[in-house]
Design a protein around this ligand. Sequence first.
Ligand SMILES: Nc1ncnc2c1ncn2[C@@H]1O[C@H](COP(=O)(O)OP(=O)(O)OP(=O)(O)O)[C@@H](O)[C@H]1O
Ligand SMILES: [Mg+2]
Length: 267
Amino acid sequence: MSVYQSAPTPESSAIIAKDFDFWYGDFHALTGLDVNIARNKITAFIGPSGCGKSTFLRCMNRMNDLIEGTHVSGSMSLDGNNIYAPGVDPVDLRRRVGMIFQQPNPFPKSIYENVAFGPRLQGVTSKSDLDDIVEESLKRANLWKEVSNQLSKDGLALSGGQQQRLCIARVLAVQPDVLLMDEPCSAIDPTSVQKVEDLMAELAPEMTIIIVTHSMQQAARISDYTAFFLQEVAGEPATLIEYGQTDAIFTSPMDRRTEDYITGRFG
Ligand SMILES: Nc1ncnc2c1ncn2[C@@H]1O[C@H](COP(=O)(O)OP(=O)(O)OP(=O)(O)O)[C@@H](O)[C@H]1O
Ligand SMILES: [Mg+2]
């Protein structure tokens, strides 16, 4: 049984998982997840390595479909529509639910072409429209000032922290409703971490953001809601232990295991 402390209501949620389970082949990785993800807020997923944070995140844009032998049960909806229903186009879903990974993965193309890539695929051909999208996306990703006079430079020639913000700009260029960030700051420099946290705060009023982080300080600093996951027994599925407003989770956790984790007793 998961414990909830002023968790988001269904009405205020963009994503709703109900009695959700996930398997990699025979391995039952996640069980019994009932989670509402608040619309246009920042939600942090925390928990020890291997507790299924990335797996659950990838369920939200059906990235796990790309792994042979995976399956789910229960339901997961985005704005009230079941994302696992037959007829849902995973490619369209992934445009609406964009993802950022731990290791920045720009294309081996110019900064401009990295950001213009998605809009071009969507059929935007006008040079001035593309210019506007590229500038706007780089501004929102907090990178424009650093690259505005070198847009033809190879994206891979940027620093790691700049590459991560370029990847964020690339996702923003196709106007997602949800941004999934899987440890986006763990491989980048402190200045870029600050810039990524700043841009998350700037985006949140109009975008639903979920961030997986191993930094308790980061979760406490930037998120509105925090979900703590745990796999208690090796080989058994992980589940949600406690979920609610970040302040409540960090100041008065109701489950002993949450308290032990956030105070650094394990994990
Ligand atoms: N492609 C895969 N095939 C089979 N099992 C997998 C696969 N990816 C992850 N797992 C398993 O699923 C469980 C959850 O893994 P997951 O990567 O989601 O954990 P995590 O909480 O993100 O961990 P970390 O904090 O280390 O990133 C682990 O037992 C892991 O070994
Ligand atoms: Mg992970």
